[in-house]
Design a protein. Structure first.
Lengths: 208, 208
DNA sequence: CCCCGGATTGAATCGCCGTTCAGTCACGGC
DNA sequence: GCCGTGACTGAACGGCGATTCAATCCGGGG
C-alpha cells in the first residue's frame, strides 16, 4: 500500500527527486497560505505536473503536508548547525541565533518559515503525533543553545551557569519575540526584539 | 460548558442572545478542532439548531469565525481586568497574570483558549485585518502588565524602571513559555514555566 | 381574531477538492 | 524490435459543506 519509503536504493546520490520538489513546494505553500488552504492541485501546479502525480508519491494529502513540515524544519536546523560550525565568539553566535529566529519575513532562503511554525503549533495542539515531532524539534533547538553556551563556558568567555534554565528561558523569550515580529507588532520591531534578546542573554550569562 | 438548549430564559442571563450562543459555541469548537475544521453544522448542532439559522445570523462562515475569535479573547481580557481589580500586592498580581497565561488546558472557565491563540496567530499572519485585531489585543495585554507594574512603583513596592521594556519582554517570555506548556513540552512543565516567569519578573523589577 | 415580521427549518443546490482509474509514455534490458 | 516497469496524465467520481430558498411557526399589536 504505502509508497512512503524514500528511494531506498541510491545512497545519497539524487537530491532533487520529484518527491523533494513536492515537499519544498508544499512547504512554501503552507507558509504562504496555511495548512488548510494548501491544495494538492497547488502543489502539483508549482511543481508543474498533475494532482494525480502528487497522489502517486504521497498516499494522502495529510501525509504530504505533515512530511512537508518535517522536511522544512529539518532544513532550518541543518542551516543553523552549519552557521554555528564556523569559529566565532559567544556573542557572535548568540547574535546568529537571534537573527535566525527573528527573521523579517520574505528575505532570501530562510523564507517566511514563521508561517510554518504557526500552523505547526496549531496542528501540534490537537494531534499527538505532530506534537511529538514538534517537541523533538524544540529540544534540538534548545540543545543548540546549550552547546553554544557551554562552548562559551569552556572557552572561559563566561562563568558557570545553569545552562538548561538559560536555554529554556531564552528560547521561550525568542519565540515570544519572534511571534510579535512575525505579526508586525508596531511596538516590537525587529531591532527592538533583537536588542531585548541579546540584552537578556548578556545579563543572564554575565557577558560584556 | 454549555449543554443542550435551555428552553426557558435563565433568570439572570443578561444578553444571551442566539447570536452570542453561537459565538460561544464557535469559540469552543475552534479551540477544540481549529478554525479550518470547524463547520457551520457543528456550531449549529452545539446550539441545537440547524445550519441555516447560523447563516441567518452571520452572512458568511468567515464572519462567524473571526467574530468568535474576537468575542472569546475579549472575554478573556475582561476576566483578567476583573481579577486585577481586587486589592493585592504586586507579587500576587504578577502571579495572577502568570496563571492566567500559563493555563494547563481544560480547567474551568478560561478553557483551553490556547487553541484559539494558535489559530489566531496563523490567521493573523496572512490576513491584515485579523493582524490588526490581534495587535490591539496584545497591546491591551501589555497595558495591563504596565498598569500592574506602575501600581507597584507608585505604592513604593519597587523602584522606578522602564515599564514599557519590561512589559514587552515579560509578555514575550510569557507567550513563549505558554506555547511550550500548551504543547506539553516535557522540559517546560507548568510549574517550571511559572517559576521562570516569576523569577524573571522579580529580577527585572527588583522584588524580594 | 388576524396579520405581520422575525425566527426557524428541511430540503435543495452547487462548487470545490481529494482521490481513483484506466490508460499512455519513455526507456533500459534482452 | 519487444517487453516490462515505473513515471506520469486526463478525466471522472464522490463527498463534504457552505450557502440559498421557499416554507412554516409564533408571538404580539391592532
Amino acid at each position: 500500500m504505502a509508497r512512503t519509503a524514500t528511494p531506498a536504493g541510491d545512497p545519497d546520490a539524487p537530491v532533487d527527486t520529484r518527491r523533494d520538489q513536492m515537499l519544498d513546494a508544499a512547504a512554501e505553500l503552507i507558509a504562504e497560505r496555511g495548512l488548510s488552504r494548501t491544495r494538492i492541485a497547488d502543489v502539483a501546479a508549482r511543481v508543474g505536473t498533475s494532482p494525480a502525480l502528487v497522489m502517486y508519491y504521497f498516499a494522502t494529502k495529510d501525509e504530504l503536508l505533515i512530511e512537508a513540515l518535517r522536511h522544512s524544519e529539518a532544513g532550518f536546523y541543518q542551516a543553523a548547525e552549519e552557521l554555528l560550525d564556523r569559529p566565532a565568539t559567544l556573542g557572535e553566535r548568540l547574535a546568529t541565533l537571534v537573527d535566525l529566529t527573528i527573521t523579517v519575513e520574505s528575505q532570501g532562503e530562510v523564507r517566511g518559515h514563521w508561517g510554518l511554525w504557526f500552523d505547526l503549533w496549531a496542528e501540534a495542539f490537537r494531534h499527538p503525533e505532530v506534537a511529538r515531532d514538534r517537541r523533538a524539534l524544540d529540544e534540538q533547538w534548545r540543545d543548540l543553545v546549550r552547546r553554544v553556551v557551554e562552548a562559551g563556558i569552556n572557552s572561559g568567555e563566561i562563568g558557570e551557569i545553569d545552562v538548561q534554565t538559560f536555554a529554556v528561558t531564552w528560547t521561550a523569550l525568542l519565540d515570544g519575540l519572534a511571534v510579535q515580529v512575525a505579526l508586525h507588532d508596531e511596538v516590537v520591531t525587529p531591532e527592538r526584539a533583537r536588542d531585548i534578546a541579546l540584552d537578556f542573554a548578556a545579563g543572564a550569562l554575565g557577558l560584556a
